[in-house]
Design a protein. Structure first.
Length: 318
């Protein structure tokens, strides 16, 4: 009987030791969880809270419910500025998808084809990503200068002087110029994501297609693109989130006023100006800015969830 008790005691001791170790291991994520809560979760919840109150400068006033949202969508000039910035974000996204990811796919396919010096090309494409956004904005602002900028100088040198213009000074070209500068900056990241998708394709499938006479654009359209849909959707989600959060490069090149004539306004720039710098002659509007931040959060979260749901559905089908 005593031996049975000893065995039971030893078994309980081992189980308690195992449970203690298992519980101790679960403590390791706590520092990261605390940082995430402090800098991500708390600001989101605070923005939700601030959006429901009337603010007198930096002083919280009365609870007004959805009053700030109503003002944002129904009161001039805020409603006009919101929709202006909203469509600029969509333009940002579409142009990035076409230019940045289109060129990135071509470059990734060239590297995937194992051309000579492919590793060097991969490193060269990613180099701009190592620069600070502020540095990139300053460099491109110099290159787009209407008087001595490299872009206009090159155009004049090659006989296209009629194309030279104040790129950041005209409403028709300012946002496009900033987006193209961003494409130069971010193309390396897109190349890496798309290259990873290409390298996940079985070489046996590609070789079998070649033996059947499939090559060139037909190979890309019929074999490669369908087999890397997941990577394409992932890069689409990244591009969408980045486009709807666009702020740093615009701020570095044009400031927070959306110049010229709100032609470079995005939702993030409009939020910054509303919450911290005033808008259309108003002072700091924390409640209105918080309502705008909450709206932006729901736009990004909802559409990103739709993209990811599509990916999950496709994985279950295949």
């Amino acid at each position: 009987m005593s031996e049975v008790n000893v065995q039971i005691h030893a078994s309980n001791h081992k189980q308690n030791k195992f449970n203690w170790r298992k519980g101790f291991i679960h403590l390791f994520p706590l520092p990261a969880l605390a940082v995430y809560t402090l800098f991500i979760v708390y600001p989101i919840l605070a923005a939700f809270s601030y959006s429901l109150f009337d603010w007198k400068g930096l002083q919280k006033g009365a609870f007004i419910g959805i009053g700030n949202f109503v003002k944002l969508f129904t009161t001039e000039p805020f409603n006009e500025l919101f929709w202006n910035a909203f469509w600029h974000n969509w333009y940002y996204f579409i142009l990035e998808m076409i230019v940045q990811n289109g060129i990135a796919f071509i470059l990734a396919y060239v590297i995937f084809s194992k051309v000579k010096g492919a590793e060097l090309f991969k490193m060269a494409y990613f180099l701009p990503r190592l620069l600070s956004v502020i540095v990139v904005g300053f460099l491109w602002k110099l290159m787009l200068n209407p008087n001595f900028g490299a872009v206009n100088v090159i155009l004049k040198q090659v006989g296209l002087g009629d194309w030279a213009r104040p790129w950041l000074g005209e409403p028709a070209t300012a946002l496009t110029a900033i987006i193209l500068a961003n494409c130069w900056f971010g193309i390396g990241f897109s190349v890496l994501i798309l290259l990873a998708g290409l390298q996940s394709i079985s070489q046996e499938v590609i070789e079998a297609a070649r033996m059947d006479g499939v090559k060139g654009l037909r190979m890309i359209r019929s074999i490669i693109m369908p087999m890397m849909v997941q990577s394409l959707i992932i890069i689409t989600v990244f591009t969408f989130v980045h486009a709807f959060e666009a702020f740093e490069l615009i701020y570095a090149m044009q400031g927070s006023q959306g110049e010229p004539y709100h032609a470079t306004d995005t939702l993030a720039v409009f939020f910054y100006r509303t919450a911290f710098g005033g808008s259309s002659g108003d002072g700091v509007a924390i409640g209105l800015g918080s309502a705008l931040a909450v709206t932006l959060f729901f736009i990004i979260a909802a559409l990103s969830a739709m993209f990811m749901a599509f990916v999950k559905k496709r994985d279950m089908e295949y």
